[in-house]
Design a protein around this ligand. Structure first.
Ligand code: ADP
Length: 292
C-alpha cells in the first residue's frame, strides 16, 4: 500500500494537468467524464497498475458514498471490523489534522466550519499518509468513507487501483438533517452516538420510518460534544455541496457497474442485517458472532 500511496500523490499531480484541460473542454460537466481526460487517466493508471496487488492477494477495496449524516461511518466501521480491513474516513483524517494544531489546522478549520470541501491536494496528501501507515502495519484492502467526493478524486483513485464495490447509502433528507443535529461524540473515547429520535410518518406511498436514538453508556454521557460543522446552517450547505459535487461520483461508478444502491430501511437493527444480505455477507456475520 506504500506504493499505492506514492502513486496516489504522483497521480494527483498528473491529474492536475489533464483536469485543467478537461475543465476547459466545452463538453465536460460534473456528471460527464471527458473521454480525453478518461483516456489520460487510463494511460497513467495503466502505468501504475503493475504496481498494484492482484485482486486475489488482497482484501476488499470498497467505497461508501452517501449524504452527510446517512451513516457511512457507522456501516463502514462495522464492515471493517467484520472483514478485518481498515476503515479510512477522510473526514476523520481532516478532523485529526484540525486537532493536531499542525500547519494546516487553521486553513482546514475555516473550510470545514463553512461546510465546504477541502482541496483535492490536501485530501490526497492526508489519504496517502494514512495508506502508508496501513501498509507499514501490513494491512491490505480498505473501506473508504468520504472519498472520493469529487469526479476528480474518483479519477485519481481509478488511476491507481481497482475499486471492487461502491455502496451508495440513501436516506430521506428530513432524516439526514435530524441525524446530523443529533450526532454526539464522546470527547474521551471518541464513541459515536445520536440523541435524535426520528419518526417520519408514512405518506402517499412513502413508508414511515422510525430510528431510535443511539444513546451513550453512562460513563460517556457527561462528556458528549457535537461536531462544529453539525449546525443546521452548515449541514444544509454540506447537503447542497454533496448534491452538486459528490452526486456525480455516484454516476461515475454506476456507469462502471460498481454501484450498489442501498436504501436504509431505518436504524442499525433493521439496516445492518439487510445490508449484510445485500452484500452476501450473512454467513460471515454468523461465523463471527459464533466465534465471539
Ligand atoms: P460528512 O458528514 O459531511 O459526510 P465527513 O466527516 O466525511 O462529513 O467530512 C467532514 C469534512 O471534511 C467535509 O465537510 C469536508 O470539509 C472535509 N472532507 C472530508 N472528506 C473530503 C474529501 N474527500 N474531499 C474534500 N473534503 C473532504
Amino acid at each position: 500500500m506504500a506504493v499505492l500511496s506514492r502513486v496516489l500523490r504522483l497521480r494527483a499531480a498528473g491529474v492536475d494537468r489533464f483536469a485543467v484541460r478537461s475543465f476547459r473542454s466545452s463538453s465536460w460537466r460534473n456528471s460527464e467524464i471527458d473521454p480525453k481526460a478518461a483516456a489520460a487517466s487510463q494511460q497513467l493508471g495503466e502505468k501504475a497498475l503493475p504496481l498494484q496487488r492482484d485482486v486475489k492477494d488482497r482484501n476488499v477495496q470498497w467505497v461508501f458514498l452517501g449524504c452527510p449524516g446517512v451513516g457511512k461511518g457507522t456501516y463502514a466501521s462495522k464492515l471493517s471490523t467484520l472483514l478485518g480491513v481498515p476503515h479510512i474516513a477522510t473526514g476523520d483524517l481532516v478532523r485529526d489534522e484540525l486537532s493536531s494544531s499542525g500547519p494546516l489546522a487553521k486553513q482546514l478549520e475555516e473550510v470545514v466550519n463553512q461546510g465546504k470541501l477541502v482541496s483535492d491536494e490536501i485530501i490526497i496528501n492526508l489519504l496517502s499518509k494514512r495508506l502508508e501507515a496501513s501498509s507499514a502495519k501490513g494491512e491490505t484492502g480498505f473501506i473508504l468513507d468520504g472519498f472520493p467526493r469529487t469526479i476528480r478524486q474518483a479519477e485519481i483513485l481509478e488511476g491507481v487501483t481497482e475499486i471492487d464495490l461502491v455502496i451508495n447509502l440513501k436516506l430521506r433528507e428530513e432524516a439526514l438533517l435530524a441525524k446530523c443535529l443529533g450526532r454526539r461524540i464522546c470527547s474521551e473515547c471518541g464513541g459515536n452516538y445520536n440523541v435524535a429520535s426520528i419518526d417520519i410518518k408514512a405518506e402517499e406511498g412513502d413508508p414511515g420510518m422510525y430510528m431510535s436514538p443511539l444513546l451513550p453508556p453512562p460513563h460517556c454521557a457527561s462528556k458528549l460534544i457535537s461536531r462544529s460543522d453539525d449546525t443546521e446552517e452548515v449541514v444544509k450547505r454540506r447537503l447542497r455541496i454533496y448534491n452538486e459535487m459528490s452526486q456525480p461520483v455516484e454516476e461515475f461508478y454506476r456507469s462502471r457497474g460498481k454501484l450498489l444502491e442501498f436504501d436504509l430501511p431505518g436504524g442499525i437493527p433493521e439496516s445492518w442485517p439487510k445490508l449484510l444480505r445485500a452484500l452476501n455477507l450473512e454467513d460471515h456475520d454468523d461465523k463471527q458472532s459464533a466465534a465471539a
